[in-house]
Design a binder for this molecule. Structure first.
Ligand code: GLC
Ligand code: GLC
Length: 803
């Protein structure tokens, strides 16, 4: 069943009831100030770093879930209600949540009063702005008490949730006019504060949570609201909040607008104070005065909508498949941008306090946004490469604020280095900007160690080649793409991290998946260096690629599919010889994408994949699931069967199989796989799938799980980038390349025609694909041989392809 519908015209998902199976969220913000917002107004805000600079509080393991966030109460006679349903939870006469690109709108109606609450973080603004429109549709005059409230987080979200002996003493606020300033720790080393403000005189306010709520109460029924009053409490320690009350009357038909502003300000160290102990509010005043009026708010919304329209116009498709179009044109690209901003930091499953930016995650995310924001992609590549070590290995993660490698998790994930080749090659194909290869880039951020980026890529290649095992296959290290295949770990201590323990450095465990990566990205590297005149190096790398391909065919083929790995004792993993975990998806997708063994092996591998791993929602990661823990396999065998890396549909790797089908020109199989887990296609199974129907989730429980079909961990997943690559470059076949734009679609039989517009190197390509007898391509009316539309300096080129 569905809980809403897509409004493609508005680029919105419209949720029609508050009781979605899980909170369905959206993201606000583009640069520094970010907010998460759920379909009942929940969520939180932070500035740049969700751990260190958390602005509002959120309790992940709370019951009821998703409490807090934007707390609006409207008191009308005996009734208290909230435009987003929560926190008051009074049944509404009408409810809608419209999640759009960078904004969300809540429409609530009760007893003849209509409220429309729009929340957004305007472009270039360190502030969430909330416009609340109230309209009296009844025939009587309404006297309303309106409350807007937020609960402050004491900045460091980890400390905030554990260091209570200190926290209960440090909370401080300042109140001035219609603004509450949150200034905990500002007196000492912090140079930033937050504020919550409304563009109307206050009828009352509270800043002490316990006073506002009263004893034994939660946010659903604060005592102040119940009494239609405010106590004027001033927080001193404990839990500071900002509760702003505005009493107003609305004549029949009358409409009033309130603008609430939740801002963040950082002051220069020597300008922190206006007077002893009093914060310098100059910057806050500027932010506040930029959003005093409805006109200012509406102008910012229009600017935001233009921004998205222009970003998304870089790639659009119009086909007979409405759901494909809405994924490709809107939601998939939107999710790619969210992964650019958030990496794996803050979602309803990632607490924002854990891992920073992943090396491999960030490299892969880039494949999905490089066409949207090439300049920022360039910067990102250099940031990532800067945590690589001299020998080509890399830190596995880095902190977004400091950009330093994360020593807690360290290095030793042997797929990591090759992802740098993948994303750099994709960047150069997209932009033609070979100069990135010359950028002096440090190793491990050590000043003085800078070498051209190209040297980093070369070391990635060399690292893989010099770390091979008994079967000439790459050593896996702590894990490869599958974080949970820990073949050198052997942990038997409860709670030990599988990612950091290595009790048994075998020097033997090998990965067929990394071998597949090497064949694919080794070729891409060779192509890249050939283009800058290094043909000897290119030839040498291609010889190594051939050798790796040979090693896979001799030692990495199980008879009907590709093996996954060899364990520390040189025993096969992912083989018919195993009792469980006989076949894994990753090497099937990657080795076939890389063309290993050509069509013959490819077809065999993919038909085994579909036959054994295929389910209603895609391709499971492995089968049969491990029913017991094996220390020689690690975390993969720690999950109950059907969940996560132990047999779910781990959505990230499904597009590899899709691209593998495209490599074999099997458009029907590719498209069928696409539709099994593309959110828009399974919208009507939302009661089973449970996560948002407009974005991908990391996993969908497999057939062995009790909750088969249930998704978890929505939003921050490499699935976003890879499915965009699969749909745009595989199915639609539009691939940026060095000499031009490749147009080589791989469509299912039922698709007869489509059009794509693609902005590429400054030219807008208007591409029409149709079926017909005289196959081939024409650009601006002239026939062109092959699949590449050559580069041009024209503004627009018309491309017609007949397949
Ligand atoms: C998570 C990680 C990613 C890893 C995958 C498989 O999505 O972020 O890096 O490849 O799990 O274990
Ligand atoms: C765990 C998770 C995996 C994730 C990894 C990140 O292994 O199961 O999905 O990628 O932690 O470190």
């Amino acid at each position: 069943m569905k809980y809403g519908f897509f409004d493609d015209q508005a680029r919105e998902y419209v949720i029609t009831r508050p009781d979605t199976p899980l909170p369905w969220i959206n993201y606000l913000g583009n640069e520094g100030f970010f907010s998460l917002v759920s379909n009942t107004g929940g969520g939180y805000s932070f500035y740049k770093d969700a751990k260190l600079q958390r602005i509002t509080r959120f309790r992940y393991n709370n019951v009821p879930v998703d409490e807090g966030g934007r707390l609006f109460y409207i008191c009308d006679g005996d009734t208290v209600w909230s435009p987003a349903f929560r926190p008051a939870m009074t049944p509404l006469d009408h409810y809608r949540c419209r999640h759009g690109l960078g904004y969300s709108v809540f429409e609530g109606r009760k007893n003849g009063v209509r409220a429309e609450l729009t929340v957004t973080v305007p472009l270039h603004t360190d502030m969430e702005v909330q416009k609340l429109v109230l309209q009296n549709d009844s025939s009587e005059t309404k006297a309303l008490n309106v409350y807007g409230c937020v609960e402050w987080c004491l900045w460091n979200a980890v400390d905030d949730a554990q260091n209570f002996q200190r926290n209960f003493n440090i909370g401080e606020v300042e109140i001035e006019g219609s603004t509450v300033y949150h200034k905990t720790e500002y007196r000492e080393r912090r140079d930033h504060y937050a504020f919550y403000s409304v563009n109307a005189p206050l009828s009352g306010m509270d800043t002490d949570r316990d006073a506002f709520l009263g004893q034994f109460r939660g946010f659903s029924s604060p005592k102040a609201v119940e009494e239609r009053t405010s106590y004027g409490s001033v927080a001193s320690g404990w839990a500071p909040v900002a509760s702003l009350r505005i009493d107003l009357t609305l004549a029949p038909g009358e409409r009033k607008v309130l603008i609430f502003r939740l801002g963040y300000v950082k002051n220069p160290a020597d300008q922190k104070f206006a007077a002893p102990g009093i914060i310098n509010k100059k910057r806050a005043y500027e932010l506040i005065s930029a959003f005093e009026t409805e006109e200012q708010f509406d102008a910012a919304m229009a600017e935001l909508k233009d921004y998205w329209a222009s970003l998304l116009s870089r790639f659009t498709v119009k086909s007979s498949e409405e759901k494909l179009d809405r994924m490709v044109n809107i939601w998939n690209q939107y999710q790619c941008m969210v992964t650019f901003n958030m990496s794996r930091s803050a979602s309803y499953y990632e607490s924002g306090t854990g891992r920073g930016m992943g090396f491999r995650d960030s490299c892969q995310d880039l494949l999905g946004f490089v066409h949207l924001i090439p300049e920022r992609a360039r910067e990102r590549i250099i940031d990532i490469a800067s945590i690589q070590f001299e020998d080509g290995s890399t830190y596995h993660q880095y902190q977004p604020l400091t950009k330093r490698g994360n020593a807690d998790i360290g290095s030793g994930f042997n797929d990591d280095p090759l992802w740098l080749v993948a994303c750099t090659a994709a960047y150069v194909r997209e932009t033609g900007d070979f100069t990135i290869l010359d950028v002096p880039t440090p190793f491990n951020n050590v000043p003085g160690s800078e070498k051209p980026l190209l040297t980093h890529l070369r070391r990635s290649i060399q690292y893989t080649l010099s770390h091979r095992g008994p079967h000439r296959l790459p050593l896996i290290g702590r894990a490869d793409w599958n974080d949970c295949l820990n073949l050198n770990c052997f942990s038997n201590e409860p709670g030990e991290s599988f990612q950091t323990v290595s009790n048994f450095e075998s020097g033997k465990a090998e990965s067929v998946f990394i071998a597949g990566m090497f064949v694919k990205y080794g070729r891409e590297y060779a192509e890249l260096v050939r283009r800058i005149g290094l043909s000897d190096e290119a030839d040498e790398v291609l010889r190594a690629v051939d050798d790796m391909e040979d090693a896979v065919l001799r030692n990495g083929w199980d008879g009907e599919w590709f093996l996954r790995a060899y364990d520390a004792f040189e025993r096969p993993v992912g083989s018919h010889l195993n009792e469980e975990g006989q076949i894994y998806i990753e090497p099937q997708g990657f080795c076939v994408m890389a063309g290993i063994g050509g069509e013959e092996y490819g077809r065999k591998a993919l038909s085994s994949t579909e036959a054994r791993l295929g389910n209603d929602y895609g391709i499971e990661i492995l089968t049969p699931c491990y029913t017991e823990y094996h220390d020689y396999l690690g975390e993969v065998s720690s999950y109950p069967p059907g969940y996560k890396e132990n047999g779910s549909v781990f959505c990230h790797n499904n597009p590899w199989v899709l691209l593998a089908y495209c490599r074999l020109k099997d458009g029907n199989a590719a498209f069928d796989l696409y539709t099994r887990n593309a959110p828009a296609y399974i919208e009507d199974k939302s009661e089973i799938h449970r996560t948002e129907p407009y974005c991908y989730s990391q996993t969908i429980a497999g057939r062995s799980a009790k909750n088969y079909g249930e998704a978890k961990n929505s939003w921050l997943t490499g699935t976003a980038a890879w499915t965009f690559v699969a749909a745009s470059q595989g199915i639609l076949g539009i691939r940026p390349d060095y000499d031009g734009l490749i147009v080589d679609p791989c469509l299912p039989d039922h698709m007869d025609q489509l059009t794509v517009t693609r902005l590429f190197r400054g030219t807008r390509y208007e591409i029409t694909v149709k079926r017909g007898p005289d196959k081939g391509m024409r650009t601006d009316g002239k026939p062109v041989a092959g699949h590449i539309v050559p580069l041009t300096d024209k503004e627009t080129v018309k491309v017609e392809v007949t397949i």
